[in-house]
Design a protein around this ligand. Structure first.
Ligand code: GLV
Ligand code: MN
Ligand code: MN
Length: 417
């Protein structure tokens, strides 16, 4: 088995640390869609791309795109293999969720070059600009654009400062109409590979550094707006109140109880906003976000329907109106069998086995599956902890992930006519 170049692996670890320090907030890692921090990250990639002889582009949706045309390219349009993950983060994030996949993809290309490989396809490394949905509460803005499936309705999504996505594009010199018109999936796309941290505890329990993904769970995001009536906190009798926050609080706990009682269901209320938000005023409005997932589409749909109906009747009993808005509804995504076989064979060769996992987390691969066969590997992370600043991947585990990815690309190349 060929060994990895220590210069490449050391560089990978150093780059993970460096990007972990590029943030839009002081003292913690937060990098959202179209932020200046993202642009700073792009500048670093521009230098690394030049060193590796890759072409460098930032597309209209702020996705980083580096292209390697291996030697012996003859001017004929060749198939395109994409390796990618995301460069945006959640608020107060760890440094591995997303960037590890992009940086390992870059290291993979460098390693293929160092091994003297000349695959019969081009490789594009993509750093998607928005997988987390931190800024607009809708995930996959970057990969949706890349896949040519970015809907016009997203242009009117608003960020916390009240700016629409269309306005944000315009402020970056991109007309929304042009962005929509320009989007198209790349031609000759033959496959997409993504390395990501597991973000869960299974690989640690299996004592394995690397696992292979079988499917990405179905996911729904919704916004629930409870509307009641403001009033004086000191004078309004308890039985005469229409307290929107109490209705929301009841819903939060009912959602948790429902998910705990439903095998395989994960439900999270991650945001709660109260209006007018004063200590001596009864809340008139409470808005919360619901993120809910299951690996089976039918089970998720049934859970969402039942939760909506239960929440409506509990709110109505309090005299509270409920607006239930779906922000995103994604079905479960199976991985491509043939591409996954290459990852499995590479994992077995390097590690002795290839545990198979379902991903509860969403990934750009879910969107790219609409235009290409996709496959993913996971790398173990400490305590399964993710979306947390203490997120950690041991360097040796990241290196095994890199080796499996690079071997899988070679296996795929060898199987390509
Ligand atoms: C992305 O991390 C998600 O699954 O929410
Ligand atoms: Mn994430
Ligand atoms: Mn991620």
């Amino acid at each position: 088995m060929r060994s990895l170049d220590p210069i490449i692996t050391e560089r990978l670890h150093a780059r993970v640390s460096e990007l972990g320090g590029i943030s839009e907030e002081t003292g913690r890692l937060t990098r959202s869609f179209f932020s200046d921090a993202m642009t700073q990250v792009h500048f670093r990639f521009a230098e690394w791309a030049e060193d590796a002889g890759l072409s460098f582009t930032i597309d209209a949706a702020d996705n980083l795109r580096l292209r390697w045309t291996a030697p012996a390219a003859d001017g004929v349009t060749r198939p395109l293999l994409v390796i990618g993950s995301h460069l945006d983060t959640v608020r107060d994030a760890g440094r591995y969720d997303g960037p590890l996949g992009v940086l390992t993809g870059l290291a993979c290309i460098e390693q293929l070059q160092a091994w003297g490989e000349a695959p019969p396809f081009d490789i594009e490394l993509v750093g998607f600009s928005d997988e987390e949905g931190l800024r607009f509460q809708t995930a996959y803005l970057g990969s949706a654009y890349y896949a040519g499936v970015f809907p016009e309705t997203w242009l009117s999504l608003r960020d916390a400062a009240g700016h629409t996505l269309g306005e944000v594009l315009a402020s970056r010199g991109r007309s929304a109409a042009e962005v929509l018109a320009a989007q198209r999936a790349p031609e000759n796309l033959c496959g997409y590979l993504e390395l990501h941290i597991e973000q869960g505890p299974q690989l640690e329990a299996d004592a394995c550094a690397v696992g292979v993904v079988s499917a990405i769970a179905a996911q729904t995001r919704a916004r629930l707006v409870f509307s009641g009536k403001a009033g004086h906190a000191g004078t309004t009798p308890m039985e005469l109140r229409q307290d929107a926050l109490c209705a929301a609080a009841e819903a939060v706990l009912a959602i948790e109880a429902y998910a705990r009682a439903t095998p395989g269901l994960r439900a999270t209320v991650g945001q709660l906003a109260v209006v007018p938000g004063a200590s001596n005023v009864i809340p008139a409005e409470a808005t919360l976000t619901l993120d809910i997932r299951h690996q089976a589409d039918m089970s998720l749909a049934a859970a969402v329907a039942e939760l909506e109906s239960n929440t409506r009747s509990h709110a109505a009993a309090r005299g509270i109106a409920l607006r239930w808005e779906f922000l995103q509804q994604g079905k479960a995504v199976p991985m491509d069998a043939a591409l996954t076989e290459h990852l499995k064979a590479a994992a077995v060769a390097r590690q002795g086995n290839a545990p198979v996992l379902v991903s509860g987390a969403g990934h750009d691969a879910a969107v790219i599956s609409r235009i290409a066969p996709v496959a993913m590997i996971f790398v173990r992370n400490r305590d399964g902890l993710s979306h947390h600043p203490d997120e950690y991947v041991a360097p040796a585990d990241a290196e095994l992930g890199l080796a499996v990815l690079a071997d899988a690309v070679c296996r795929y190349a060898a199987s390509t006519p």
